[in-house]
Design a protein around this ligand. Structure first.
Ligand code: SAH
Length: 486
C-alpha cells in the first residue's frame, strides 16, 4: 500500500513552498496537480515521476472531486507514493480535508503539508499587511463563491473591524460589496483586489466599497483574485516592496541546462522576475573518455578549461580514479573568471585566465606562455568550436582534445511561453535545441538576449535578432535586461 501527501505549494511564487514539501515531492511516484500551479514547482520531482493534470484540458472536462479522490485511492492502492499538489494551503478552501477523509475511509496512510495561503501572501505582495496594530486586530477569510446563495450572515460580517478577505469572490464582487454596504459598512471603506498575486502577472486594484467592482471590471481583472476590505489597504502606498523590484512583472525564460541554471535563476528571482525554465539541453558526462589519457594529463604543460562544467567533470573524474592532483604539473588556463573561480574551489590557482569568455581571448593569453613545443590538454565539450585547438596546433603545440561532456537535447515540457518577456540563450546549442523543442514562432517579436557573439551569430543565422550581453556571462545577460528595462 502506498501513501498520499496532500501538499500545499503556496500562492504562486516558486519559492513560497516549504522545505518539507520539496523533500516530499522528490519521493513521489505520481503527482496530481491543477490549473493554478506554477510549473516551476514541478522541477522538484524526479524525472520518472508521473504527472496527472486535474484541470481542464482542451477537449476534456475538469476532473470532479470524486474522480480525483478515486485516482488518489487507486494510485495509493497500487503501491505508489502519491503527491496531490494544491495551491496555497490544502485546508484553505482547497477541499484537502475531503480528500483526507476519503483516504482515511480507505485505510490509506496520508500526510497533509501546509502551504502559504494566498489569503495572506497575495496581500503581502501587494503591499498590504493583513493585520496592523490598532488598525486591524483580526482577519477573517471567507469564500466569496456565489455570494448570493452563501449562508454568510452579512449583518455580522459588515460589523467586523478586522481585515476581511474573500477568496473565489471575483465573479460575485458586486454582491459582496452590496451585502456589506446594505448591512451598514461605510461605503468609503478601503478595498483592494489582488489578481495573480506573487506572480509576474500580479495586478492590484484599490478603491472603496462603493466603486471597487466597477474598477475591477474597467481594469479587466482576471481570476484568481482575492478581495480585501479594511483600512490596512492604505499601507499599499508605502509597503509595496514587491512591485517596486527592478524586474517585477517580467517573465524571463532560461534555456540553458538545469544543472547550470541555479545561480542565474536565483539572481533573477532576487530582482523580482518570474523565471520560466525551458531547459533545452542537459549535460551528459563523458569523462570515461579520459580513461586512455591519464598519462597525457600528467605530461601536459598546460591544461585548458573552457567552462565551469568542464572543470567539475574533470576534477570529479580525477577524484573517482583516486588521482592526486599534486601529480599534475601543468599550468592551468581558464576562460573567464567563472571558470577560474571553479578551479580555485579545487585548491588550484590558475596561471592563465582570459577576461572574455571566448576562445580567441583565451588563446591570446595562452600565447604568452608558449614556446612552441608545449603539450596542451583540452578537456571540454563534445563538438566545441575548433578555433582554440587549431590555433594551438598552428603554434606548434601538441594538443590532446578530449570530450568530457556533451550537451544533449532535453525533452520538451508542457509550459506556457506565450507571455515570456525575455528569452535568454547562453550557447549555440541552447538556440538550436530550444527551437527544435519549442519552435521559432514563440520567439518572434520577443526580446532575445544572447550571452556573446557566437550565440548571437547562431540566432542571426536562424533569422532572429538579439541583444548581446556586454560581459559574456549570465551576470552580463542580467545587466543587459536591466539596461533594456531602463
Ligand atoms: N488553498 C488556496 C485557495 C484555493 S481557492 C489558498 O490557500 O490560497 C482558490 C482561490 O484562491 C482563488 O479563487 C483566489 O481567490 C485565491 N487565490 C489563489 N491563488 C491566488 C493568487 N496567486 N492571487 C490571488 N488569489 C489567489
Amino acid at each position: 500500500m502506498g501513501k498520499v501527501y496532500l501538499i500545499g505549494a503556496g500562492p504562486y511564487d516558486e519559492e513560497l513552498i516549504s522545505l518539507k514539501a520539496i523533500r516530499v515531492l522528490k519521493k513521489c511516484d505520481v503527482v496530481l496537480y491543477d490549473r493554478l500551479l506554477n510549473k516551476s514547482i514541478l522541477k522538484h520531482l524526479r524525472d520518472d515521476c508521473k504527472l496527472y493534470y486535474c484541470g481542464k484540458e482542451s477537449g476534456s472536462h475538469y476532473k470532479t472531486q470524486e474522480e480525483i479522490n478515486d485516482m488518489l485511492v487507486e494510485f495509493a492502492k497500487s503501491g505508489y507514493t502519491v503527491g496531490r499538489i494544491k495551491g496555497g494551503d490544502p485546508y484553505v478552501f482547497g477541499r484537502g480535508s475531503e480528500e483526507a477523509l476519503r483516504l482515511l475511509d480507505e485505510g490509506i496512510e496520508f500526510e497533509v503539508i501546509p502551504g502559504i495561503t494566498s489569503a495572506i501572501s497575495a496581500l503581502n505582495y501587494a503591499g498590504i499587511p493583513i493585520t496592523h496594530r490598532k488598525i486591524a486586530q483580526s482577519f477573517h477569510v471567507f469564500t466569496g463563491k456565489s455570494a448570493g446563495e452563501l449562508s454568510h450572515d452579512w449583518s455580522v460580517i459588515a460589523k467586523l473591524n478586522g481585515t476581511i478577505v474573500f477568496l473565489m469572490g471575483l465573479e460575485s464582487i458586486e454582491d459582496i460589496v452590496n451585502n456589506l454596504m446594505i448591512n451598514g459598512m461605510d461605503k468609503n471603506k478601503s478595498c483592494a483586489v489582488v489578481s495573480n498575486g506573487t506572480s509576474a502577472r500580479q495586478r492590484v486594484v484599490v478603491g472603496q466599497l462603493e466603486n471597487i467592482s466597477k474598477k475591477v471590471k474597467q481594469e479587466e481583472i482576471k481570476s484568481p483574485a482575492i478581495i480585501a476590505v479594511g483600512d490596512v489597504v492604505k499601507f499599499r502606498e508605502k509597503l509595496n516592496w514587491f512591485e517596486n523590484k527592478k524586474l517585477f512583472g517580467k517573465r524571463i525564460c532560461i534555456t540553458r541546462a538545469k544543472e547550470q541554471s541555479k545561480e542565474f535563476r536565483e539572481k533573477l528571482l532576487d530582482l523580482g522576475a518570474e523565471v520560466v525554465e525551458a531547459n533545452s539541453i542537459s549535460i551528459k558526462n563523458l569523462s570515461s573518455n579520459l580513461d586512455d589519457y591519464i598519462d597525457k594529463i600528467m605530461m601536459s604543460n598546460i591544461i585548458v578549461f573552457t567552462s565551469t562544467n568542464g572543470v567539475d567533470i574533470f576534477f570529479d573524474y580525477l577524484v573517482s580514479k583516486r588521482i592526486d592532483i599534486r601529480k599534475i604539473k601543468a599550468k592551468i588556463a581558464c576562460i573567464g573568471e567563472k571558470t577560474e573561480e571553479q578551479v580555485k574551489k579545487r585548491g588550484i590557482f590558475p596561471e592563465i585566465v582570459s577576461k572574455e569568455y571566448v576562445g580567441e581571448a583565451l588563446f591570446e593569453e595562452i600565447k604568452n606562455h608558449l614556446s612552441g613545443k608545449e603539450v596542451v590538454f583540452l578537456p571540454r565539450a563534445k563538438d566545441a568550436r575548433p578555433f582554440l585547438k587549431d590555433a594551438l596546433l598552428n603554434s606548434g603545440c601538441t594538443v590532446y582534445e578530449v570530450p568530457i561532456y556533451e550537451a544533449v537535447e532535453e525533452e520538451a515540457i508542457d509550459i506556457d511561453l506565450s507571455d515570456v518577456d525575455y528569452f535568454t540563450f547562453t550557447s549555440p546549442s541552447t538556440v538550436k535545441n530550444f527551437i527544435k523543442l519549442y519552435g521559432k514562432e514563440c520567439l518572434v517579436n520577443k526580446k532575445i538576449i544572447s550571452i556573446g557573439p557566437i550565440t548571437k551569430k547562431e540566432l542571426e543565422y536562424l533569422g532572429l535578432d538579439s541583444f548581446m550581453a556586454n560581459k559574456y556571462t549570465v551576470d552580463g545577460i542580467i545587466e543587459k535586461i536591466l539596461e533594456l528595462e531602463g
